[in-house]
Design a protein around this ligand. Structure first.
Ligand SMILES: [Zn+2]
Length: 116
C-alpha cells in the first residue's frame, strides 16, 4: 500500500505547518496513476485524531510528466500510467513514476487562514 506512505509524509508535513492549529482542509496535487480513493482512505485513517482530525483532503489530479533517455520529455496520457509505472509514449520504455504528492495548501479551521 504505497499511498499510505505518501499520505503519512503529507500528514506529518501538514501538522508541522499548522503548528498545533486545527486544520480544516488540505489541498494536494497528484499525478495520474496515484489512486485518489486510496489517498482519501489513508488520509481519513491517519487523521482520525490530532490537529488534522476532521480535515478534508482535496485532490487535484494532474498529468504525469516524464523525461526519458530516448529524448522524450513531456506529459504522458493517463492510459500510459499504470499504478506506479509510466510508459514512455515515444519508445515504450517503462519507468517508475516519481512519488509526487504535492502539497498545495493547508487551510486552518479557526480563522479560515491558509498556510502555504
Ligand atoms: Zn522513451
Amino acid at each position: 500500500m504505497h499511498e499510505l506512505s505518501l499520505v503519512t509524509e503529507l500528514v506529518a508535513e501538514c501538522a508541522r505547518r499548522a503548528g498545533g492549529r486545527q486544520v480544516a482542509a488540505v489541498q494536494v496535487r497528484c499525478p495520474d496513476g496515484v489512486d485518489a480513493d486510496e489517498l482519501a482512505e489513508a488520509f481519513a485513517h491517519l487523521t482520525a485524531e490530532g490537529a488534522l482530525a476532521g480535515a478534508v483532503l482535496e485532490i487535484e489530479t494532474v498529468r504525469q510528466v516524464l523525461t526519458c533517455g530516448c529524448g522524450f520529455s513531456g506529459e504522458v496520457d493517463p492510459e500510459q500510467c499504470a499504478g506506479h509505472m509510466v510508459v514512455c509514449p515515444a519508445c515504450g520504455r517503462v519507468h517508475e513514476a516519481p512519488d509526487a504528492l504535492e502539497l498545495i495548501a493547508v487551510r486552518l479551521a479557526d480563522d479560515d487562514g491558509i498556510v502555504l
